[in-house]
Write a protein that binds this ligand. Structure first.
Ligand code: NAP
Length: 463
């Protein structure tokens, strides 16, 4: 029997499309095809791979408006953010189109006159990717672009909630001439497809963006066939505000970091740690700005906060707010909802909570929603302790104009991405990724192509 995934608009709950689910046999076949096509694609010269990637990027840009609309329909984010994500997604393709031409080897001086040693880099083979719903375009291209640039073939399983953007991007890759089997998508249940990917002898690498529990399962399941893994997992970012910080800058950057994509980003500020002498002033300024944010359907002009993705996400956010309020948190703004279970849409109004403490769930678990909890500190060492007291280590932010405080924070925060007076530090040219249980490996920048390459060394003797 043919199965379909229903794709609904999270702003209205209305059906926007039905996507056919691949059978397990079809997925096996796709893996075999990806493996077979590696023999050819890995031999396409780097300049040609680069040219094809540039054409893919240009094609996506030509259809930017249409792709952004699809993204808003399936994900709910405001159209302006979807347009921004298309640019962000193509920036990875552009970056790795260039890096394709810079995969250098080296020579090593031999220990005898009769030998020569050459080190070369080779693509690792078929790469299988699993991506989340919160950035349906960029989470795919920042894996596909370095994989294809390195000479690997690529297969992706998008999230069930947001498959349409991925399908469109893969179709455009084929349209510009990237071979059909060099980049493919499959549609299916996360667990089932994950098991096929991790157990397949054809797959040499798993790259995943999503939650930490799923990432751990994928790492375990990849062990039997000793696959390479890159894991971009959950986050619980602290944002520290020192006593001397410029509070207007902080308010602006906090809103960018916290409320983009309705707070459904892995790097968004989840724990706002404010010096006790400025918490009154800061919380009043932040609440005043948050109150102005416009909530609504992402397709409507001026919407700044869309719906949350689904009921599961909504329930988690509401429970965290309720738990905090029950334990003494003060609601400065928000804790309001527009949700309809029957129709299937869930809006959480942007919320600011004061008097938060570390016993509250919101300080312990990733939120993934538009809620800013504020906790105070006295000494900078205490702020660092609160910030590091989590198994996560993805992103951290701090605001200070004092170089000694800034240097101390930079050197003591256990996070892979650190923003100093900067709430939006990500980009195609920088290494994005987490420490501790936030992941393994980096995406973007020079580092982002490394995980798709093997090192081979040749020793020539008897010269
Ligand atoms: P998720 O539940 O882990 O889902 C992510 C992807 O994994 C989806 O494609 C999902 O498919 C699939 N999946 C689910 N269960 C699976 C299993 N047992 N085996 C294999 N694949 C499985 O995460 P999410 O709720 O969609 O996304 C939010 C999480 O992603 C957050 O924790 C966030 O911090 C993290 N994230 C991290 C980064 C980063 O760069 N570090 C970036 C963005 C998001 P289905 O949709 O079919 O279930």
């Amino acid at each position: 029997m043919t199965n379909y995934f229903k794709v609904n608009n999270p702003a209205t709950g209305k059906l926007i499309s039905e996507v056919r689910v691949n059978t397990l046999d079809e997925i096996q076949q796709a893996l075999e095809n990806g493996h077979d096509s590696f023999k050819k694609w890995s031999k396409v010269n780097a300049h040609e791979r680069s040219r094809l990637l540039r054409k893919w990027s240009d094609k996506i840009q030509e259809q930017k408006e249409e792709i952004a609309e699809v993204m808003t329909l399936e994900n709910g984010k405001p159209l302006s953010e979807s347009l921004g994500e298309v640019d962000y997604a193509t920036s990875y393709i552009d970056w790795y189109a260039e890096e394709a031409k810079r995969i250098y080897g080296r020579t090593i001086p031999a220990a005898t006159e009769t030998k020569r040693i050459i080190v070369s880099r080779e693509p690792i083979g078929l790469v299988a990717a699993i991506t989340p719903w919160n950035f349906p375009a960029a989470m795919m291209t920042r894996k596909a672009a370095p994989a294809l640039a390195a000479g690997c073939t690529f297969i992706v399983k998008p999230a069930e909630d947001t498959p349409l953007t991925t399908i469109k991007l893969v179709e455009l890759a084929h349209e510009v001439g990237i071979p059909k089997d060099a980049i493919q998508y499959v549609i299916g249940d996360g667990k089932e497809v994950g098991e096929l990917f991790t157990s397949s002898e054809f797959v040499r690498k798993i790259t995943f963006t999503g939650s930490t529990p799923v990432g751990k399962a994928l790492i375990k399941n990849s062990a039997d066939t000793v696959k390479h893994v890159t894991m971009e997992l959950g986050g619980h970012a602290p944002l520290i505000i020192a006593e001397d910080a410029d509070l207007d800058v902080v308010v602006n950057q906090t809103i960018i970091s916290k409320f983009r994509n309705a707070g459904q980003t892995c790097v968004c500020a989840n724990r706002i740690i404010v010096h006790e002498n400025v918490i009154e002033e800061f919380s009043a300024k932040l609440a005043a700005e948050v109150m102005k944010l416009k909530v609504g359907n992402g397709l409507e002009k001026d919407t700044q906060i869309g719906p949350v993705i689904n009921e599961k996400g909504y329930t988690k956010i509401v429970e965290q707010i309720q738990d905090a309020v029950d334990k003494g948190a003060e609601v400065l703004v928000g804790n309001e909802y527009d949700a309809n279970k029957e129709k299937g849409y869930f809006f959480v109004y942007p919320t600011v909570l004061k008097n938060v403490n570390e016993d509250m769930k919101i300080m312990q678990e990733e939120t993934f929603g538009p809620v800013a909890p504020l906790i105070s500190f006295k000494e900078i060492e205490d702020a660092v302790e609160i910030a590091n007291s989590t198994p996560y280590g993805l992103a951290a932010y701090f605001f200070t104009n004092d170089y000694k405080t800034g240097t101390y924070l930079h050197e003591h925060l256990q996070f892979g991405i650190v923003g100093w007076n900067d709430g939006a530090p990500s980009g195609a040219h920088v290494p994005f990724g987490g420490m501790k249980e936030s992941g393994i490996g980096r995406e973007g920048g020079l580092e982002g192509i490394e995980p798709y390459l093997e090192t081979k060394y040749l020793s020539i003797g008897n010269l």
